[in-house]
Design a protein around this ligand. Structure first.
Ligand SMILES: [Zn+2]
Length: 434
């Protein structure tokens, strides 16, 4: 795999950094990858090609292609690529292999300070919490640093969704206006045309590779780019974005900083409630068909967010950004929701907070019920996928849950919501033996 024809061109009012990524031995052929920003910021482009190599690393590993890096790189960057490769190959041995990297050493040179920092911005809970931190904690930036928000079109949704693009820019403008920051909208095809789900899993592997490639492409403009965490540091499991790996994706001259992994989602929302304007702007949903309201209110992520807001008595803040759902209706939706096993602890924390809150008993019970059902639902889904047969209507008791990994069993038994999970876990172990 190599990168060629790196160029910067004008496309209307935008400046486009593009290159061809050539996969020489697999069927992938040549992929054209681009990033676009407003032309006034054209000087921010890093034309070294680091961004394209980082973006393509997982594909080279997947299709066992040696990587030829023609631009000289520092030994630090070579080391980062080596650690990333070995980590992903050990996490997903059936999917990724360590491949040789051919590189020539660059001279170490002092990097001048840009006095600019940026935050990846999607208006979800993690990115809004990062905004809150950078705004309110002086450790995150020097007083004379300019702060930019980076809304990236082409990551969570396709550029053709004009309503979502305009809503994202609208939310970004709100925050930049309140805090006197700047916005640098980015558009890229790195997700859809390079790291598509056909080749590599977006959530469990590729999404930070794609985001980091955007940051690396802008390495002439920023000292540091902040990225909101999506998981707690106590539960580091194989996932695209983790505290331990994210900074390694900064293969250019800037730093990539992972923010908030010491907080549960509930803690983030509680912390942000000191700035109600941020909570009002939460856009956490992937399924909403409209931008008004931007959250469907029915998917697992929307329900988790609404329950967290209920636990801290702040649901009234999001009355414009979620559909109106009464308390009773919310309880019945939560009881039926399918909780992914990797989110048991997150939900458990919210369930405990609801138990401790006043007059939230019914919602706490609904969360407990959903937690109890989660391992079974997950098991049914796996069996359905494996045998291509829906078994959800079958009466069964005592299937050996061998398909649930030890990591998942650990997360079940370690849940902060023990009433549901420990009973369930006992059931799993009881049934597992011959
Ligand atoms: Zn939703």
């Amino acid at each position: 795999m190599r990168v060629q024809n790196i160029s910067v061109d004008r496309v209307g009012d935008a400046s486009r950094l593009s290159a061809e990524v050539v996969f020489e031995t697999s069927l992938l052929g040549t992929k054209n990858v681009f990033y676009e920003i407003p032309a006034q910021y054209e000087s921010m482009w890093d034309k070294s090609g680091y961004s394209f190599y980082g973006a393509s690393l997982l594909l080279a590993m997947k299709y066992k292609e040696a990587i030829h890096i023609e631009t000289p790189i520092t030994s630090e960057i070579a080391l980062k690529l080596d650690i990333l490769q070995k980590t992903f190959a050990s996490w997903y041995p059936n999917e990724f292999s360590v491949v040789p990297v051919e590189w020539t050493p660059a001279e170490e040179c002092a990097v001048s300070r840009k006095r600019k920092r940026a935050i990846f911005f999607s208006s979800g809970v993690d990115s809004l919490h990062t905004v809150f931190r950078v705004k309110n904690f002086k450790e995150y930036a020097y007083p004379d640093d300019e702060i930019f928000l980076l809304p990236v079109v082409g990551m969570d949704f396709r550029p053709e969704r004009a309503d979502l693009v305009s809503a994202l820019h609208h939310y970004t403008t709100d925050v930049t206006r309140w805090y006197n920051w700047k916005s640098l909208p980015v558009c890229t095809n790195v997700h859809w045309d390079l790291l598509s789900e056909d080749h590599v899993s977006w959530g469990s592997a590729a999404h930070v590779a794609a985001l980091a490639s955007v940051a690396n492409a802008l390495a002439n403009g920023f000292d540091c780019v902040y990225l909101g965490s999506s998981g707690h540091v106590n539960r580091l499991t194989p996932w695209g974005s983790t505290l331990t790996l994210d900074h390694l994706w900064a293969t250019g001259t800037l730093e990539l900083f992972h923010v908030g992994s010491e907080c549960e989602r509930l803690d983030k929302i509680r912390e942000m409630s000191a700035s109600p304007e941020l909570v009002k702007n939460i856009r956490c949903c992937y399924y909403s068909e409209t931008s008004n309201p931007p959250n469907c209110g029915y998917c697992e992520k929307c329900l988790r967010t609404l329950c967290a807001l209920e636990a801290i008595n702040q649901r009234h803040l999001v009355s414009d950004s979620f559909p109106p759902i009464g308390y009773e209706k919310l309880c019945s939706l939560v009881a039926k929701t399918e909780i992914p096993l990797r989110l048991l602890h997150d939900w458990g924390t919210i369930g405990t907070a609801l138990e401790e809150a006043q007059e939230k008993t019914k919602l706490a019970e609904a969360v407990r019920h959903a937690l109890k059902m989660a391992p079974r639902m997950s098991f049914e889904k796996r069996v359905t996928k494996f045998f291509h047969k829906d078994i959800s209507s079958y009466k069964y008791r005592g299937f050996p849950l061998l398909m649930i990994s030890s990591g998942v069993r650990r997360s079940v038994s370690g849940s902060a919501f023990p009433i549901a999970s420990r009973n369930r876990c006992a059931f799993i172990f009881k049934r597992k033996g011959p």
